[in-house]
Design a protein around this ligand. Structure first.
Ligand SMILES: [Zn+2]
Length: 214
């Protein structure tokens, strides 16, 4: 663990996630010690760097992280405890993500409840869709799935996994919502995951504000 912490990549990634914490706190996406952020460390992808549980993301420091193996188990017992939601980070990383960002924004909280009955939200014909990796035209139609909230995160991650394996022919966003709770977004690295989360939050705000105009 100490060798890992001495590496430049590790400290760069720590600094990026600390900056994200401060930024997301300022945007109101990570208030009240909510949210957790992770990324894979090293080319072997064998280690996960993740925020420790219950910290103020607006005041995150280098001590606020844990290192886990790919099963989500801490590399050593002396580290701070990682979030109860670690299993969802491990699921996304198992499916190719290099970084996973989980936030509790106001729009995600409201819209995930409002649209739970239809189990997701369609986004279409919006220029901002091009912010998702691999999307090259606004003339795209993407589905943001919504899952019911649960304190049984292992069961929830099995549910998410089953959903992604049989996506019902929809083009899915690299993100999902948990009802009354928040957003999970991911990408190949921290920058891409951040862009994906920003796009989701932008699209959620568009959806909510356009409803108030009707
Ligand atoms: Zn959460």
């Amino acid at each position: 663990v100490d060798n890992m912490k001495a590496s430049t990549e590790f400290s760069d990634q720590c600094h990026q996630l600390i900056r994200i914490g401060h930024d997301f706190w300022n945007r109101g996406w990570s208030r009240g010690t909510s949210s957790n952020y992770s990324c894979v460390v090293g080319h072997s992808r064998e280690t996960i760097l993740i925020t420790a549980s219950g910290l103020d993301k607006g005041a995150l420091t280098g001590d606020g992280f844990a290192l886990l193996n790919r099963d989500g188990v801490p590399l050593d017992a002396s580290q701070p405890r990682s979030s109860a939601e670690t299993a969802l980070h491990v699921w996304a990383i198992d499916n190719g993500a290099g970084s996973v960002l989980h936030t509790h924004s106001v729009w995600a909280t409201i819209l995930s409840q409002k649209f739970l009955v239809q189990r997701g939200i369609w986004f279409e014909s919006l220029e901002m869709l091009k912010g998702f990796e691999g999307i090259t035209t606004h003339a795209s139609r993407m589905w943001l799935p919504i899952f019911e909230n649960s304190q049984d995160i292992e069961a929830l991650s099995r549910q998410v996994n089953a959903y992604w394996k049989s996506n019902h022919g929809k083009t899915l966003t690299p993100a999902f919502l948990i009802a009354g709770h928040g957003t999970y977004a991911w990408g190949s690295d921290i920058e891409t995951a951040t862009r994906h989360l920003e796009v989701i939050e932008f699209l959620l705000e568009c959806t909510a504000r356009s409803m108030t105009l009707r």
